[in-house]
Design a protein around this ligand. Structure first.
Ligand code: HEM
Length: 163
């Protein structure tokens, strides 16, 4: 336990739930595997979504791709939130003070803000849009930013263990 962590974080780590996760032989491992499987699904669906916004797979009607890809991305994000929370609670005081985790958390907030804005703009443009029509420059810019930020979040997640 890190003594300089905020009291709330220490309380989370020392809670009955935190102790149960640490004492179990399989909960932490299962959460870790779930986090990676969530990441695989999330990265795949976000890639399809953002690449379609950038004009790749342009022979498809945007809504036919965007709607199912967004649904899969939201579901996978909740899997990552749940499994990531289990990983966090087990070792909260160390993880919370880790600068890479702090960067990762800030980037997740940034990427979610971008996704909320992008989602609105893109869905408005995509409504009844046929195949082979490009999205506006600002939607394409936000889609490129989305790919870059989510990849950085994934890299930061992997780096936490080494810093
Ligand atoms: C949604 C909230 C999330 C929380 C609370 C969370 C939390 C965590 C925690 C605590 C760890 C373990 C760090 C350690 O002690 O080594 C971790 C690992 C990781 N996270 Fe997340 N995470 C979240 C979302 C994400 C997202 C959105 C991505 C990718 C886009 C991601 C990618 C990773 C990766 C690649 C690892 C390393 C797994 C490994 O090395 O086995 N996480 N996460």
């Amino acid at each position: 336990m890190e003594a300089d962590a905020p009291a709330l974080i220490v309380a989370i780590e020392q809670s009955a739930l935190g102790a149960a996760i640490r004492q179990s032989t399989w909960v932490y491992a299962a959460a870790n595997i779930g986090h990676i499987l969530g990441l695989a699904t999330f990265a795949g669906s976000v890639a399809v979504l953002d690449l379609r916004l950038l004009g790749i797979f342009g022979a498809t009607r945007p809504m036919d791709v965007l709607v199912p890809a967004r649904r899969a991305a939201v579901l996978a994000f909740f899997v990552m939130l749940l499994t990531g929370s289990i990983l966090f609670i087990a070792d909260a005081s160390h993880v919370a003070l880790n600068p890479v985790f702090q960067i990762k958390a800030a980037l997740i907030v940034l990427a979610l803000g971008n996704a909320a804005l992008l989602g609105r703009l893109a869905m408005r443009e995509a409504d009844y849009m046929p195949a082979h029509v490009p999205f506006s420059a600002r939607v394409r810019l936000a889609a490129g930013l989305s790919i870059a930020v989510w990849l950085t979040v994934a890299a930061a997640g992997r780096l936490i263990a080494y810093v």
